[in-house]
Design a protein around this ligand. Structure first.
Ligand code: UDP
Ligand code: MG
Length: 319
């Protein structure tokens, strides 16, 4: 049998028949440069084109180096990467897109950087070859992710990344369904860095993310990070109630001063009451949301904390 690989490259594949040949050969070449045992794990995310056959072919031709994981249907990029992580045995795990937008030739650079002692090595795409809409939505997501995780990374969207073994292990121990891997990884990382890599247009085929899938992905990202939107609901409710009560008091005072004619025979009063009721409803919704948010937190069962290592214990299995 082979030695345990030092480097695992995990690549999700979804209808990428035009890219697989070049992808595998370029990855193999880049990994061989490192002169360390490696494995390339391709995860077929329920492709409907000829990708599965091509992958079988690649695995046969490069046995021991190329591993293929087949999922029964399409679960999405991040789930597919998780499936790849579960198979990965390397000390350093690199993720990569199958469409060759991130050149595999950058893998050695990532590994070297990771060896300098970084738990997560991210990448910044320069110059980025995507549409303006994609770049703008990325910009907003990056800002939100920076705030929520407290880790200042400039480009959360780029999947060309390197993770150390313990970070991958920690991610695998998370049972939640909707994951956004770069954010999840950063929540366990201590030392992170980013390097610049080149970015190409998609080599062939179409982007798998239409508008709808992008929106869904962003919801995954948002809900996996914060319960802030729920808080917002309570805050809006509070403001509406306070305005309503203020309006009511104001009306009462004016009514007393100027008499019933001024208040259009009670119509304004009705409005004030309505405001208060709507505000209370929002508040109640927000409160419900807070409980649901807590249930969500507990159901995800994330580690309360993450122990990197323990020093000075006398009975350790490995020093
Ligand atoms: N992908 C996947 N499952 C999906 C969608 C995408 O495994 O449901 C893979 C796809 O094959 C590619 C990577 O995720 O390797 C990124 O997809 P794509 O290039 O379409 O995204 P974009 O570059 O437009 O963000
Ligand atoms: Mg792409």
């Amino acid at each position: 049998m082979n030695r345990d690989p030092y480097l695992s490259v995990v690549i999700p594949v979804f209808n990428e028949e035009e890219n697989i040949g070049q992808l595998v050969s370029r990855c193999l070449k880049a990994c061989q440069e490192l002169d360390k045992p490696f494995e390339i794990i391709l995860v077929d995310d329920g492709s409907k084109d000829r990708s599965p056959e091509l992958l079988v072919e690649e695995a046969r031709r490069n046995s021991g180096k190329v591993l293929v994981v087949f999922l029964n249907k399409n679960y999405g990029q991040h789930a597919a990467i998780m499936a790849g992580f579960a198979e990965a045995r390397g000390e350093i795990v690199v993720t990569l897109d199958a469409d060759l937008q991130n050149p595999p030739e950058e893998i050695p650079k990532l590994v070297t950087k990771s060896e300098e002692g970084f738990d997560v090595v991210g990448t910044i795409r320069t110059p980025r070859q995507d549409s303006l809409f994609r770049r703008m939505s990325s910009f907003m997501i990056n800002k939100a992710a920076q705030k929520a995780t407290g880790v200042m990374m400039n480009d959360y969207g780029c999947m060309l990344r390197a993770y150390r073994r313990h970070i991958v292990q920690a991610m695998l121990a998370c049972p939640e369904r909707s994951t956004f891997i770069p954010v999840l990884a950063n929540s366990f990382a201590k030392h992170t860095t980013e390097i610049e890599v080149s970015h190409a247009g998609r080599s062939a085929g179409q982007s798998k993310y239409g508008l709808w899938r992008l929106i869904n992905l962003n919801f995954d990202l948002l809900t996996s990070m914060t319960t802030f939107p729920i808080r917002l609901l309570s805050v809006i409710g509070g403001i509406i109630s306070i305005l309503g009560i203020g309006f009511g008091v104001f009306l009462l005072a004016m009514r007393l001063i100027y008499g019933p004619q001024w208040a259009v025979e009670g119509v304004f009063t009705l409005f004030a009451i309505l405001f208060v009721i709507i505000g209370t409803q929002f508040l109640a919704l927000g409160l419900l949301g807070e409980y649901i948010g807590r249930i969500y937190h507990d159901v995800r069962a994330r580690h309360r904390y993450f122990v990197e290592r323990v020093l000075g214990k006398s009975t350790t299995e490995h020093q």
